[in-house]
Ligand binder design. Structure first.
Ligand SMILES: Nc1ncnc2c1ncn2[C@@H]1O[C@H](COP(=O)(O)OP(=O)(O)O)[C@@H](O)[C@H]1O
Ligand SMILES: [Mg+2]
Length: 274
Protein backbone atom coordinates (compact mmCIF):
# COMPACT_ATOMS: atom_id res chain seq x y z
CA UNK A 1 0.00 0.00 0.00
CA UNK A 2 1.15 3.53 -0.70
CA UNK A 3 1.00 5.80 2.37
CA UNK A 4 -1.57 8.54 1.92
CA UNK A 5 1.10 11.24 2.33
CA UNK A 6 2.89 9.96 -0.82
CA UNK A 7 -0.14 10.22 -3.05
CA UNK A 8 -1.60 13.60 -2.16
CA UNK A 9 -0.31 16.31 -4.48
CA UNK A 10 2.17 18.68 -2.81
CA UNK A 11 0.21 21.30 -0.84
CA UNK A 12 2.16 24.31 -2.07
CA UNK A 13 1.36 25.32 -5.63
CA UNK A 14 4.62 25.48 -7.57
CA UNK A 15 5.64 28.97 -8.70
CA UNK A 16 5.01 29.96 -12.33
CA UNK A 17 8.65 29.50 -13.21
CA UNK A 18 8.84 25.93 -11.91
CA UNK A 19 8.90 23.99 -15.14
CA UNK A 20 6.91 24.26 -18.34
CA UNK A 21 3.21 23.45 -18.59
CA UNK A 22 2.23 20.97 -21.30
CA UNK A 23 -1.33 20.53 -22.54
CA UNK A 24 -2.30 17.63 -24.78
CA UNK A 25 -5.68 18.37 -26.32
CA UNK A 26 -7.76 15.86 -28.26
CA UNK A 27 -4.78 14.11 -29.87
CA UNK A 28 -5.59 11.31 -32.34
CA UNK A 29 -2.92 9.28 -34.14
CA UNK A 30 -3.69 6.55 -36.67
CA UNK A 31 -1.28 4.18 -38.37
CA UNK A 32 -3.22 2.85 -41.34
CA UNK A 33 -6.16 1.02 -39.78
CA UNK A 34 -4.76 1.15 -36.22
CA UNK A 35 -5.84 3.98 -33.96
CA UNK A 36 -2.86 4.30 -31.63
CA UNK A 37 -4.30 7.35 -29.80
CA UNK A 38 -7.90 8.52 -29.78
CA UNK A 39 -8.77 12.03 -28.59
CA UNK A 40 -6.25 11.94 -25.78
CA UNK A 41 -6.32 14.98 -23.50
CA UNK A 42 -4.43 15.72 -20.28
CA UNK A 43 -2.05 18.29 -18.83
CA UNK A 44 1.34 18.32 -17.19
CA UNK A 45 1.05 21.33 -14.87
CA UNK A 46 4.16 23.37 -14.14
CA UNK A 47 6.47 21.55 -11.72
CA UNK A 48 4.38 18.38 -11.61
CA UNK A 49 5.42 14.82 -12.33
CA UNK A 50 2.70 13.22 -14.47
CA UNK A 51 2.82 9.52 -15.19
CA UNK A 52 1.34 7.93 -18.30
CA UNK A 53 0.70 4.24 -17.73
CA UNK A 54 -1.10 1.48 -19.57
CA UNK A 55 -0.60 -2.07 -20.79
CA UNK A 56 1.65 -2.89 -23.75
CA UNK A 57 0.28 -1.47 -26.96
CA UNK A 58 -1.82 1.14 -25.11
CA UNK A 59 -0.23 4.01 -27.05
CA UNK A 60 2.32 5.28 -24.50
CA UNK A 61 5.29 5.46 -26.87
CA UNK A 62 3.12 6.97 -29.58
CA UNK A 63 2.08 9.70 -27.16
CA UNK A 64 5.71 10.25 -26.21
CA UNK A 65 6.59 10.50 -29.90
CA UNK A 66 3.85 13.07 -30.48
CA UNK A 67 5.26 15.30 -27.73
CA UNK A 68 8.80 14.88 -29.14
CA UNK A 69 7.64 15.61 -32.69
CA UNK A 70 8.46 12.14 -34.04
CA UNK A 71 4.77 11.47 -34.75
CA UNK A 72 2.24 13.95 -36.10
CA UNK A 73 -1.30 13.70 -34.79
CA UNK A 74 -4.13 13.65 -37.34
CA UNK A 75 -6.21 15.63 -34.88
CA UNK A 76 -5.66 17.66 -31.77
CA UNK A 77 -2.99 20.05 -30.56
CA UNK A 78 -0.26 20.52 -28.02
CA UNK A 79 0.33 23.67 -26.00
CA UNK A 80 3.49 24.64 -24.15
CA UNK A 81 2.97 27.27 -21.46
CA UNK A 82 -0.39 28.02 -23.03
CA UNK A 83 0.81 28.58 -26.62
CA UNK A 84 0.28 26.14 -29.48
CA UNK A 85 3.35 23.98 -29.81
CA UNK A 86 4.44 21.99 -32.86
CA UNK A 87 7.40 20.01 -31.63
CA UNK A 88 10.35 19.24 -33.88
CA UNK A 89 12.80 16.65 -32.62
CA UNK A 90 15.91 18.69 -33.46
CA UNK A 91 14.51 21.83 -31.82
CA UNK A 92 13.25 20.29 -28.59
CA UNK A 93 16.20 21.40 -26.48
CA UNK A 94 15.74 24.95 -27.71
CA UNK A 95 12.10 24.71 -26.54
CA UNK A 96 13.37 23.75 -23.07
CA UNK A 97 12.45 20.07 -23.46
CA UNK A 98 14.63 16.98 -23.04
CA UNK A 99 13.80 13.36 -23.49
CA UNK A 100 15.22 9.99 -22.73
CA UNK A 101 14.05 7.26 -25.04
CA UNK A 102 12.89 3.74 -24.28
CA UNK A 103 16.17 1.79 -24.32
CA UNK A 104 19.37 3.83 -24.28
CA UNK A 105 19.89 5.75 -27.50
CA UNK A 106 23.47 6.62 -26.56
CA UNK A 107 26.16 7.23 -29.17
CA UNK A 108 28.34 4.09 -29.08
CA UNK A 109 31.43 5.82 -30.49
CA UNK A 110 31.45 8.56 -27.83
CA UNK A 111 32.61 8.37 -24.22
CA UNK A 112 30.26 8.88 -21.30
CA UNK A 113 31.20 12.53 -20.87
CA UNK A 114 30.94 13.18 -24.63
CA UNK A 115 27.49 11.59 -24.67
CA UNK A 116 26.36 13.81 -21.80
CA UNK A 117 27.74 16.96 -23.40
CA UNK A 118 26.00 16.02 -26.67
CA UNK A 119 22.69 16.34 -24.79
CA UNK A 120 23.14 20.11 -24.73
CA UNK A 121 22.44 20.04 -28.48
CA UNK A 122 21.24 23.47 -29.39
CA UNK A 123 21.63 25.24 -26.05
CA UNK A 124 25.19 26.35 -26.59
CA UNK A 125 25.00 29.74 -28.23
CA UNK A 126 26.77 28.73 -31.42
CA UNK A 127 24.27 25.95 -31.94
CA UNK A 128 23.75 22.43 -33.07
CA UNK A 129 25.16 22.78 -36.57
CA UNK A 130 28.47 24.13 -35.39
CA UNK A 131 28.51 21.20 -32.95
CA UNK A 132 28.03 18.78 -35.82
CA UNK A 133 30.66 20.55 -37.87
CA UNK A 134 32.96 20.56 -34.82
CA UNK A 135 33.21 24.35 -34.86
CA UNK A 136 34.21 25.73 -31.46
CA UNK A 137 31.52 26.89 -29.10
CA UNK A 138 32.35 30.01 -27.19
CA UNK A 139 34.82 29.30 -24.40
CA UNK A 140 32.28 30.33 -21.78
CA UNK A 141 29.53 28.07 -23.14
CA UNK A 142 32.00 25.24 -23.36
CA UNK A 143 33.21 25.75 -19.80
CA UNK A 144 29.68 25.98 -18.35
CA UNK A 145 28.63 22.88 -20.23
CA UNK A 146 31.63 20.90 -18.97
CA UNK A 147 30.87 22.05 -15.43
CA UNK A 148 27.23 20.94 -15.69
CA UNK A 149 28.30 17.60 -17.15
CA UNK A 150 30.80 17.12 -14.31
CA UNK A 151 28.19 17.98 -11.67
CA UNK A 152 25.73 15.51 -13.18
CA UNK A 153 28.38 12.78 -13.37
CA UNK A 154 29.16 13.42 -9.71
CA UNK A 155 25.48 13.33 -8.73
CA UNK A 156 24.74 10.18 -10.75
CA UNK A 157 27.91 8.36 -9.73
CA UNK A 158 29.38 8.39 -13.23
CA UNK A 159 32.62 10.27 -12.69
CA UNK A 160 34.81 7.17 -12.68
CA UNK A 161 33.23 6.11 -16.00
CA UNK A 162 33.69 9.51 -17.69
CA UNK A 163 35.98 8.21 -20.42
CA UNK A 164 34.44 4.75 -20.85
CA UNK A 165 32.37 3.82 -23.89
CA UNK A 166 28.73 3.29 -22.88
CA UNK A 167 28.73 -0.18 -24.47
CA UNK A 168 31.25 -1.42 -21.90
CA UNK A 169 29.12 -0.38 -18.88
CA UNK A 170 26.35 -2.25 -17.06
CA UNK A 171 22.88 -1.41 -18.35
CA UNK A 172 21.81 0.49 -15.22
CA UNK A 173 24.92 2.69 -15.45
CA UNK A 174 24.20 3.42 -19.12
CA UNK A 175 20.64 4.38 -18.16
CA UNK A 176 22.09 6.97 -15.78
CA UNK A 177 24.26 8.29 -18.62
CA UNK A 178 21.11 8.70 -20.71
CA UNK A 179 19.47 10.61 -17.85
CA UNK A 180 22.50 12.84 -17.38
CA UNK A 181 22.44 13.56 -21.10
CA UNK A 182 18.78 14.57 -20.84
CA UNK A 183 19.45 16.84 -17.84
CA UNK A 184 22.58 18.64 -19.06
CA UNK A 185 20.50 21.15 -21.04
CA UNK A 186 18.60 22.08 -17.83
CA UNK A 187 15.20 21.33 -19.36
CA UNK A 188 11.93 22.88 -18.15
CA UNK A 189 10.11 19.73 -19.25
CA UNK A 190 11.62 16.26 -19.18
CA UNK A 191 10.04 13.40 -21.12
CA UNK A 192 10.97 9.91 -19.97
CA UNK A 193 9.92 6.77 -21.87
CA UNK A 194 10.13 3.69 -19.63
CA UNK A 195 13.20 4.81 -17.69
CA UNK A 196 12.82 1.85 -15.29
CA UNK A 197 12.98 -0.72 -18.10
CA UNK A 198 15.71 -3.29 -17.41
CA UNK A 199 16.53 -1.92 -13.94
CA UNK A 200 16.67 -3.92 -10.71
CA UNK A 201 14.68 -3.13 -7.57
CA UNK A 202 17.24 -0.85 -5.87
CA UNK A 203 17.99 0.93 -9.14
CA UNK A 204 14.28 1.66 -9.59
CA UNK A 205 14.18 3.16 -6.07
CA UNK A 206 17.17 5.40 -6.89
CA UNK A 207 15.52 6.44 -10.13
CA UNK A 208 12.34 7.28 -8.22
CA UNK A 209 14.27 9.56 -5.88
CA UNK A 210 15.91 11.31 -8.79
CA UNK A 211 12.61 11.83 -10.62
CA UNK A 212 11.04 13.17 -7.41
CA UNK A 213 13.87 15.71 -7.12
CA UNK A 214 13.45 17.01 -10.68
CA UNK A 215 10.71 19.62 -10.09
CA UNK A 216 12.93 21.50 -7.63
CA UNK A 217 16.12 21.30 -9.73
CA UNK A 218 17.59 24.53 -11.03
CA UNK A 219 14.84 26.78 -12.34
CA UNK A 220 12.34 23.90 -12.03
CA UNK A 221 11.34 21.05 -14.28
CA UNK A 222 8.05 19.34 -15.06
CA UNK A 223 8.11 15.66 -15.95
CA UNK A 224 6.05 13.40 -18.20
CA UNK A 225 6.94 9.86 -17.20
CA UNK A 226 5.77 7.10 -19.54
CA UNK A 227 6.20 3.85 -17.72
CA UNK A 228 4.60 0.51 -17.18
CA UNK A 229 6.39 -0.06 -13.87
CA UNK A 230 3.29 0.72 -11.78
CA UNK A 231 5.02 0.86 -8.36
CA UNK A 232 7.40 3.54 -9.62
CA UNK A 233 4.69 5.79 -11.06
CA UNK A 234 2.52 5.35 -7.97
CA UNK A 235 5.42 6.44 -5.76
CA UNK A 236 6.73 9.44 -7.73
CA UNK A 237 3.86 10.96 -9.70
CA UNK A 238 1.56 13.81 -8.69
CA UNK A 239 -1.02 12.69 -11.25
CA UNK A 240 -1.51 9.70 -13.49
CA UNK A 241 -3.10 9.23 -16.88
CA UNK A 242 -4.04 5.68 -17.82
CA UNK A 243 -4.19 4.68 -21.48
CA UNK A 244 -5.77 1.53 -22.84
CA UNK A 245 -6.18 0.89 -26.56
CA UNK A 246 -5.26 4.52 -27.24
CA UNK A 247 -7.88 6.06 -24.99
CA UNK A 248 -7.63 7.72 -21.60
CA UNK A 249 -9.55 5.35 -19.33
CA UNK A 250 -8.67 7.03 -16.02
CA UNK A 251 -6.84 10.09 -14.71
CA UNK A 252 -6.23 11.56 -11.28
CA UNK A 253 -4.06 11.15 -8.23
CA UNK A 254 -2.26 7.81 -7.82
CA UNK A 255 -4.79 6.89 -5.08
CA UNK A 256 -7.76 7.63 -7.33
CA UNK A 257 -6.26 5.69 -10.21
CA UNK A 258 -5.29 2.76 -8.02
CA UNK A 259 -8.89 2.38 -6.84
CA UNK A 260 -10.42 2.75 -10.31
CA UNK A 261 -12.04 -0.53 -11.44
CA UNK A 262 -11.42 0.29 -15.14
CA UNK A 263 -7.67 0.38 -14.45
CA UNK A 264 -7.63 -2.96 -12.68
CA UNK A 265 -9.61 -4.43 -15.56
CA UNK A 266 -7.19 -3.07 -18.19
CA UNK A 267 -4.19 -4.48 -16.33
CA UNK A 268 -5.82 -7.80 -15.41
CA UNK A 269 -7.01 -8.17 -19.00
CA UNK A 270 -3.44 -7.62 -20.18
CA UNK A 271 -2.11 -10.13 -17.63
CA UNK A 272 -4.60 -12.76 -18.76
CA UNK A 273 -3.66 -12.14 -22.42
CA UNK A 274 -0.01 -12.72 -21.55
N1 LIG B 1 4.93 3.18 -36.53
C1 LIG B 1 3.86 2.42 -36.32
N2 LIG B 1 3.20 1.83 -37.35
C2 LIG B 1 2.11 1.05 -37.15
N3 LIG B 1 1.58 0.81 -35.93
C3 LIG B 1 2.19 1.35 -34.87
C4 LIG B 1 3.36 2.17 -35.00
N4 LIG B 1 3.73 2.58 -33.76
C5 LIG B 1 2.85 2.02 -32.90
N5 LIG B 1 1.92 1.30 -33.56
C6 LIG B 1 0.79 0.58 -32.96
O1 LIG B 1 0.11 1.53 -32.13
C7 LIG B 1 -0.29 0.90 -30.92
C8 LIG B 1 0.34 1.61 -29.73
O2 LIG B 1 1.72 1.32 -29.70
P1 LIG B 1 2.73 2.00 -28.68
O3 LIG B 1 2.51 3.45 -28.69
O4 LIG B 1 4.09 1.51 -28.98
O5 LIG B 1 2.24 1.39 -27.28
P2 LIG B 1 2.98 1.24 -25.86
O6 LIG B 1 4.18 2.11 -25.87
O7 LIG B 1 1.94 1.65 -24.86
O8 LIG B 1 3.34 -0.21 -25.71
C9 LIG B 1 0.09 -0.56 -31.03
O9 LIG B 1 -1.04 -1.26 -31.53
C10 LIG B 1 1.22 -0.54 -32.03
O10 LIG B 1 1.31 -1.78 -32.70
MG1 LIG C 1 6.29 1.77 -25.39
Amino acid sequence: MIPESRVTPAPSTPPETAGARLDVEGVTVRFGGITALEEVSFSVPSGHVVGVIGPNGAGKTTLFNVVCGFARPQQGRLALDGSTFRPRPHRLVRSGISRSLQGLGLFPGLSVVENIVAGAGTTARTGWWSGLLALPRSDRDERELRERAEMLMDELDLTRHAHAQPGTLPYATSKRVALARALVSEPRLLLLDEPAGGLGHDEVLELGELVRSLPSRGAGCSVMLVEHHVDLVMAVCDELVVLDFGRVIAAGSPAEVRDDPAVAEAYLGAAVDV
